[in-house]
Design a protein around this ligand. Structure first.
Ligand code: CA
Length: 240
């Protein structure tokens, strides 16, 4: 089956170019010109990836992104026209998978799309979340089974612990702010506070500690947030 790519772009020229380039490369592109249309389309038929223009007629791409993220982990590539938009994409830890500045070459964009799809979580396919040791990954997320293995041992996680570790493991080394984690994991839950994140990190750490007492897989970055360690060993250190 061809991967479905949702293009959210109100400039017909750009949308057409993208659509043509993606179709030529074996994707199934779908175009929407407004944010509302895009959200409805993503709900109706979840795409494999979203290409999202920042400047849309009805709302901003950032807003669309936030609403999309509340319900889905689909990879998103922002299209930006101005450097201040790029600053926001890069600086705000929006958690976008990539961005590309206009004007861009369709070939480059298709190459990025391919790269992201290769890396991204595919349902029921375990995601390898250890950059250095791909053969024996420390953390393996099996989205289809809602299961995460840590050094081969399935962790018994609550829904939010699962979401937290899944998010951290999606980008080992990347520091996610408490806000970003709240947004991604808790989404529209009403009673969510910074300390909600902290307390779930605490219980998650305790569960990981049972498997690997000597390791500190979740790092705290004071004042900024949490990250999954990039340098986890390939195998559990033997107890000494
Ligand atoms: Ca636009």
């Amino acid at each position: 089956m061809k991967p479905r790519i949702l293009i959210v772009e109100d400039e017909p020229g750009i949308a057409d170019t993208l659509q043509y380039a993606l179709r030529t490369e074996g994707f199934e592109p779908v175009c929407c010109a407004t944010g509302e249309e895009a959200l409805a389309s993503a709900r109706a038929e979840p795409p494999a990836l979203v290409i999202l223009d920042v400047g849309l007629p009805d709302t901003s791409g950032f807003e669309v992104f936030k609403r999309l993220r509340a319900v889905s982990d689909v990879p998103v590539v922002f299209l930006t026209a101005r450097s201040d938009e790029i600053d926001r994409v890069v600086g705000l830890e929006l958690g976008a998978d990539d961005y590309i500045a206009k004007p861009f070459s369709p070939r480059e964009l298709v190459a990025r799309v391919r790269g992201i799809l290769r890396r991204s979580n595919k349902p029921s396919t375990p995601t390898v979340a250890n950059a250095k040791t791909e053969l024996t990954p420390a953390v393996v997320v099996d989205e289809g089974r809602r299961q995460i293995r840590f050094y081969g041992r399935a962790l018994e996680l609550s829904r939010y612990e699962f979401g937290l570790l899944q998010t951290l493991a999606s980008r080992p080394g990347h520091v996610f702010s408490r806000d970003a984690l709240l947004d991604r994991v808790w989404g529209d839950a009403t009673e969510s506070l910074d300390r909600t994140v902290d307390s779930h990190v605490k219980t998650l750490r305790a569960k990981m500690k049972l498997v690997a007492p000597a390791l500190e897989p979740i790092r705290t970055h004071r004042g900024s947030g949490y990250a999954l360690a990039e340098d986890l060993p390939a195998a559990l250190p033997s107890p000494t």
